[in-house]
Write a protein that binds this ligand. Structure first.
Ligand code: PAF
Length: 273
């Protein structure tokens, strides 16, 4: 595995390759969720590029940018074992200059859910993902459904800007206890981890209700709120896979999304129905 920190060096390789390129952008602190993306990329492409870059423009003032978990050495080992060919680890000055052209997330899908709660977050995500795409020049790029709104907006960007890249959305990965894997789980104490199990429990409860034929959004949200009792819930939203409001649950076209705060840690989870 080659570790590259220089954008020009990466571009020199990707400009000249005739291989299919599978790309997995990350912010590091890799876990099984990331590994599942890398494995899928490995199966479907000839050259695998992973990036690790904690992107400052997607964090709002007061968020966890400064303390975002960093595990460079462990991450390098994980990537090597998973069959990554190139690990791109740039620093901030490599990726950003002063007074840059920026990208604005679209109004409808960009300013609901996390876009509403974290204004500007998706502008920063789209900006860095576009930059990384231009360096990695992927055939296929892999994103987890854990960040449902992110992958939907990236697909929209690729469509709107005519980028010749196939976006592959991959299943959300949970631990044995049901907790959705996230680098931010590292912030949780044991007690908070137990509390966080209510999140996946609430999604399971919702699924069970839907399976019995109840497609009523208000009733499902109410029941989820009960399961999440005692937790600081930012939102529970039930929307279409286009992130649009719906009258009732539509099978194969619904996402149920939850955002909560456990202590000072913000966690999101979702299920695609
Ligand atoms: O999902 C993430 O880890 C980040 O938002 C991404 C896509 C790497 C952009 O910084």
């Amino acid at each position: 595995m080659k570790i590259i920190t220089d954008k020009q060096e990466l571009q020199n390789i990707t400009k000249n390759t005739t291989k299919t390129v599978g790309f997995v952008p990350t912010m590091g602190a890799l876990h099984e969720g990331h590994i599942s993306l890398i494995k899928k990329a490995r199966e479907e492409n000839e050259l695998i590029i992973v990036s690790i870059f904690v992107n400052p423009t997607q964090f709002l003032a007061g968020e966890d940018f400064a303390k975002y978990p960093k595990r460079d050495e462990a991450d390098k080992k994980i990537c090597k074992l998973a069959g990554v060919d190139i690990l791109f680890m740039p620093n901030i000055t490599m990726m950003y200059g002063k007074d840059e052209v920026t990208i604005k997330a679209p109004d409808i899908r960009g300013f609901v859910l996390d876009g509403f709660k974290r204004p500007g977050h998706f502008d920063g995500v789209l900006q860095i993902v576009l930059k990384l795409f231009n360096l990695a020049r992927p055939t296929n790029a892999y994103f987890g459904r854990k960040d449902a709104q992110q992958v939907i907006l990236i697909k929209q960007m690729v469509n709107n800007l005519f980028l010749p890249i196939n976006i592959v959305d991959c299943p959300l990965i949970r631990g044995d206890n049901g907790l959705a894997l996230s680098s931010r789980n590292a912030y949780l104490s044991q007690e908070e981890k137990e509390e966080a199990l209510k999140i996946s429990q609430s999604l399971q409860d919702a699924t069970k209700l839907i399976v019995t034929g109840n497609l009523n959004i208000t009733e499902i949200k109410k029941m989820m709120m009960k399961t999440l009792d005692g937790i600081d819930v930012e939102y529970i939203e039930i929307v279409s896979r286009e992130l649009l409001q719906m009258q009732q649950i539509e099978l194969k076209n619904t996402i149920i999304l939850v955002a909560v705060k456990i202590g000072s840690t913000r966690l999101i989870d979702n299920i695609w129905i």
